[in-house]
Write a protein that binds this ligand. Structure first.
Ligand SMILES: Cc1cc2nc3c(=O)[nH]c(=O)nc-3n(C[C@H](O)[C@H](O)[C@H](O)COP(=O)(O)OP(=O)(O)OC[C@H]3O[C@@H](n4cnc5c(N)ncnc54)[C@H](O)[C@@H]3O)c2cc1C
Length: 391
């Protein structure tokens, strides 16, 4: 029996890879539901994702599991709305928002052309995402649009993010089909978890002793173990130092009867006039997110802020009063994403020791794809060591 610890995306993809190869596997998770950092709550008729995130159906690993058909998926516009004081510019895929490419408010034409070149350029391992974009000639576009936008993607200033990982995620984002399932982002891990034959929830792993996994519900004999927990727990279980910093984010939910927009475009503030890094009327993307007659606004901050600061900034970002908006909830996520700093390596080898393999976004890339890929690669490495034939 193989034991996978953690039923987040990494653990689920590890377990499915083992299961598909004919291996006997159990997945153990301490939570009462699978999904880890991808979770949704239903509160007063609103669907509140625990942290705003979009799922990209074009992520190679999501395609690989052919899961899209099982989700009632709502695709987000391939453009964003950028607030420049009192002016708004729509910016996005040049094929669908062609005219906005010529708006000088969002950056000079030459810096937009430079961005297209950036997309096919090769980053230096040691440089930051910011340095790579500036070196590529995108400075005007970077300052006005990319920097505020990317802060919401990486939950950190792009000067702190590895150019290699940054370039990879921007590439998948540009070519992506992002959105949310109609009933919340948790539908993705739930659909994957349904395929797992042996999943044990509400069971905390306390220790790994050789071939024994000790849990709150007794010991499990394990031929091999894949540790697919978050970075901090992996460090504790393996007695290893945590070397990557973790980034936090807060998602704020407000409801209003008077939506500030009819679209589901993400809005960002080019002028950085407050703590909000992005905001979206998420119920315009997936109507089930709010009861009839209500709109649900989801907004992200990455530094400490009060509700009144957020509300004040949202009025500027959306260009209308937010006084009547009802504050519903906030989710503070302290270990939302691992930081891949300039020079940080994506691991090539998922084997920790003779019995243990590791998986998790912190090993590959801070994204759903990174988590899924790490799980599959860890499982494939285990299968290879165990002499399973490739299917
Ligand atoms: C706010 C936010 C926004 C994001 N936005 C995006 C986005 O837009 N696009 C994108 O691609 N990615 C996004 N991500 C990243 C993505 O959600 C994560 O990279 C991915 O879900 C991580 O999966 P994981 O399996 O590596 O880890 P986790 O989801 O953390 O899974 C670890 C699992 O281990 C379990 N566990 C921990 N300790 C134990 C124990 N002792 N015993 C048993 N089980 C244990 C946990 O319960 C959990 O289920 C976002 C993340 C957050 C938080």
């Amino acid at each position: 029996m193989y034991v996978v610890i953690g039923a987040g995306l990494a653990g689920l993809s590890a377990a499915l890879t083992l299961q598909d190869a004919g291996a006997d596997v159990v997945v153990i998770d301490s939570a009462d539901r699978p999904g880890g950092r991808i979770a949704s709550d239903l509160i007063d008729g609103f669907i509140l994702d625990r942290g705003f995130q979009l799922i990209n159906l074009n992520y190679p690993e999501i395609k690989r599991w052919a899961i899209a058909e099982e989700l009632d998926f709502k695709v987000a516009p391939r453009s964003i709305r950028v607030s420049f004081g009192s002016e708004f510019v729509t910016l996005g895929d040049p094929r669908t928002s062609f005219l906005s490419s010529f708006s000088s408010a969002s950056g000079s034409l030459s810096s937009k052309a430079a961005f297209l070149k950036y997309l096919i350029s090769k980053p230096d391992r040691a440089e930051s995402l910011e340095d790579h974009l500036l070196r590529s000639g995108c400075s005007d576009l970077y300052r006005k649009v990319l920097k505020p936008f990317l802060q919401g993607v990486f939950l950190a200033d792009p000067s702190r993010v590895s150019a290699v990982v940054g370039r990879e995620i921007i590439g998948t984002f540009i070519s992506g089909r992002s959105g949310v399932p109609a009933d919340g982002v948790a539908s993705l891990p739930l659909a994957l978890a349904k395929r797992v034959k042996n999943l044990k929830l509400n069971t905390r792993v306390e220790e790994i002793r050789g071939k024994v996994v000790a849990t709150s519900d007794g010991d499990f004999a394990a031929e091999k173990v894949i540790v697919a927990t978050d970075l901090t727990t992996a460090g504790q279980l393996l007695g290893a130092d945590q070397v990557k910093p973790l980034l936090s984010a807060t998602t704020w939910y407000h409801s209003t009867e008077d939506s500030p927009t009819d679209t589901a475009q993400l809005v960002i503030d080019s002028q950085n006039r407050g703590p909000v890094v992005n905001s979206i009327v998420i119920s315009n993307l997936a109507e089930h997110y709010a009861p009839v007659g209500q709109s649900l606004v989801s907004s992200t901050t990455i530094y400490h802020a009060s509700e009144s600061e957020v509300r004040r900034h949202l009025a500027l970002v959306w260009g209308r009063s937010t006084e009547e908006w009802r504050f519903l909830a906030k989710y503070e996520i302290h270990s939302a994403l691992p930081l891949f700093a300039p020079g940080a390596e994506q691991v090539k080898n998922y084997k920790y020791n003779e019995n243990i393999y590791c998986a998790g976004d912190y090993l590959n890339a801070p994204s759903q794809n990174g988590a899924l890929l790490s799980g599959r690669l860890a499982a494939e490495e285990l299968l290879l060591d165990e002499g399973f034939q490739r299917s």
